[in-house]
Design a protein around this ligand. Sequence first.
Ligand SMILES: NC(=O)c1ccc[n+]([C@@H]2O[C@H](COP(=O)([O-])OP(=O)(O)OC[C@H]3O[C@@H](n4cnc5c(N)ncnc54)[C@H](OP(=O)(O)O)[C@@H]3O)[C@@H](O)[C@H]2O)c1
Length: 322
Amino acid sequence: MAEKKIIAVVGATGAQGSGLVRAILNDPTGGFAVRAITRNVNSDKAKVLAKLGAEVVAADIDDVESLKRAFRGAYGAYCVTFFWEHFSPEKELAHAKNMAEAAKATGLKHVIWSTLEDTRKFVPLNDNRMPTLMGTYKVPHLDAKGEANSYFANLGVPTTNLLTSFYWDNFITFGMGPQRSQDGTLEITFPMGDKRLAGIVAEDIGKCAYAIFKAGNKYIGQTVGIAGEHLTGTQIAQAFSRVLGQTVRYNAVEPEVYRNLGFQGAEDLGNMFQFKRDFEEQYLGARDIGFTRSLNPRVQTLETWLSANKARIPQTLTPVRT
Ligand SMILES: NC(=O)c1ccc[n+]([C@@H]2O[C@H](COP(=O)([O-])OP(=O)(O)OC[C@H]3O[C@@H](n4cnc5c(N)ncnc54)[C@H](OP(=O)(O)O)[C@@H]3O)[C@@H](O)[C@H]2O)c1
């Protein structure tokens, strides 16, 4: 039997990476093996992956030499950065550069770079519809990822740029869940008016990424986008209402209100939602649901996923935060 192609997965213990690790492990005859990258091979999450059958190795995306060691001998790598760990677009750029350089140095045949739009191509810095943040960004955690696409391209790394979507998981794990309003009704709050949000369950990103690796050269050199559904705030609230058996309302605040909610990252997320609202057509157009299903026919809907995770849905009195 031919030797298995190794996929090195950055962020293997995290939301995107763990979905890919499990997708590979769940397909033992698929021709791929997985190398899970973590900063701490002794963490509980890392041990779980090892027990499931993953090779687990240590590397830090701050350290290009550690990445080279982790990528050596692999066929491909899944590359992702972690904005919410440090809130620094410059760090994301440096980390992406390290991954691109390590991929080049180790001769990887296929990298999937988990990216998002550089919103400055849509909203130039001098466009005052939204404030410029951190000096040179409109949506720092999107812009840096989009800017970093060129690192992989300029080095000639065979890359698929994967445009991910808002995780539906944010409604449980990122502080965006239903909050009880003054009148006692549950509501979810974000600033997109009646526009649709592209969303996906985080673990489905990994399943789509695996399909992209399995497709061989088909998507190399391309930018592809994925989403499980495109839903309005009202549709999202309706899904919550059905799952919780009580009314959940969509509280469509203005972006300016969201930017001023006071938690770390509120301005960035306010601008992000405004970008998705103002460029709905382009944003959704880049994330075709049919294409996503062609990669992962069992991509979950928000409602299916909420039903399966009902016990974890917060219904708190605290203000919206991430
Ligand atoms: N939330 C959303 O809706 C959404 C949507 C699209 C894109 N994104 C983007 O997704 C990215 C985060 O991906 P995720 O959600 O999969 O991450 P995550 O669940 O927060 O997981 C982060 C993992 O990355 C590892 N990690 C952190 N810093 C590292 C470093 N310096 N070197 C090596 N590994 C490191 C950690 O593993 P160890 O502790 O084991 O080392 C951790 O388990 C962010 O940049 C965010 O902007 C988020």
